[in-house]
Design a protein around this ligand. Structure first.
Ligand SMILES: NC(=O)c1ccc[n+]([C@@H]2O[C@H](COP(=O)([O-])OP(=O)(O)OC[C@H]3O[C@@H](n4cnc5c(N)ncnc54)[C@H](OP(=O)(O)O)[C@@H]3O)[C@@H](O)[C@H]2O)c1
Length: 292
């Protein structure tokens, strides 16, 4: 891999984590942050501190951005004295945002004549630079390919999602929805078990043996949604509905918050009322999907 010049703008918890793997890959890394003190440990590792955002842009061919929001990024980079310096460079936005923000940024990059990739980091800062860390990027394929080896320093599972600049943010939203639903499910379970004097470690150990059921359920839902066929012979919506009502009642009787389980119960009742009594669980997709 040929070493490159790369600037990292934004040295919060995540932005700071991006610097060491890029340095380990032999690249010349320049950093910039509003609060300069956060750069000190990265300068100690070998990064150069730019004294202005203009100098951070001038220093490198690849600009990696990780800030709190796209609005902050726009405020910094759309400045009349900064934007022209981006011409001919590649900019990868790793700030979390929406598909619309990614599309808007790609249109801006086209006008300002630089290459724009939009990305997302699907792990915690401590995982950045490891083989298992997943990052996503979308935008011009040639730009991704040009820097793929360098970007893979940030995570062995760095994945190109497609030409549509919004694609990475859409997939990020999908994975985060799953992340929150699973985490809240786990915490609801922990609260119910705590009320029954069962430890969270017991729950975690059981989840390790149960995980294959979750994987199987997602695989079946994928198959069912792609075939547009909710029929099956495993467990009907009526059976799931009774099961979730029982769960909700168990939580209520234990004095635990049961609003999440009440919501699940309502989803199943609505699915049943849409005529899917005998269908399998993926029929609930009909409640979530876009209707307009
Ligand atoms: N942390 C994670 O686990 C994680 C995981 C995946 C994705 N992400 C994403 O990574 C991005 C950064 O997250 P983070 O955890 O690094 O957040 P953070 O620690 O709060 O850092 C925020 C960064 O934005 C900068 N910033 C905020 N307001 C600014 C302003 N008005 N002008 C200039 N700079 C400003 C901060 O500069 P100062 O230091 O000067 O305040 C800092 O560099 C977010 O989009 C987040 O969703 C984070």
């Amino acid at each position: 891999m040929k070493p490159i010049t790369v600037s990292v703008v934004g040295l919060g918890q995540m932005g700071s984590a991006l610097v060491a793997p890029l340095l380990r890959g032999g690249n010349a890394v320049t950093v910039w942050n509003r609060n300069k003190e956060k750069a000190a440990p990265l300068v100690a590792l070998g990064a150069q501190l730019a004294d202005s955002i203009e100098n951070a842009v001038k220093a490198s061919e690849l600009i990696v951005v990780c800030l709190s929001s796209y609005d902050i990024s726009d405020t910094l980079f759309r400045e009349p004295k900064v934007q022209p310096l981006l011409s001919g460079k590649t900019f990868i936005q790793l700030t979390t945002g929406t598909g619309d923000e990614a599309a808007r940024s790609a249109a801006w990059a086209k006008d300002a004549e630089f290459s724009y990739l939009d990305g997302a980091i699907m792990d915690y800062p401590a995982a950045v630079g490891t083989a298992g860390c997943l990052l996503l990027a979308s935008g011009p394929e040639a730009s991704y390919k040009h820097y793929a080896d360098h970007l893979r320093l940030l995570g062995g599972k760095f994945t190109y999602v497609g030409k549509n600049p919004a694609a990475a943010n859409h997939l990020d939203g999908g994975l985060l929805t799953l992340y929150y639903a699973t985490t809240f499910g786990f915490l609801q379970s922990a609260a119910m078990l705590e009320a029954a004097d069962v430890s969270v470690e017991t729950l975690k150990n059981a989840v390790d043996s149960f995980r294959h059921v979750l994987d199987k359920t997602m695989a079946r839902a994928t198959d069912s949604l792609s075939r547009k066929d909710y029929t099956g012979h495993e467990a009907s919506i009526v059976v799931h509905s009774y099961g979730v009502q029982t769960l909700r009642d168990r939580a209520r009787l234990a004095g635990v918050d049961y609003s999440l389980l009440q919501l699940f119960s309502e989803y199943l009742e609505k699915t049943r009322d849409m005529g899917f009594h005998a269908a399998e669980l993926p029929a609930t997709f009909e409640i979530f999907r876009r209707t307009r």
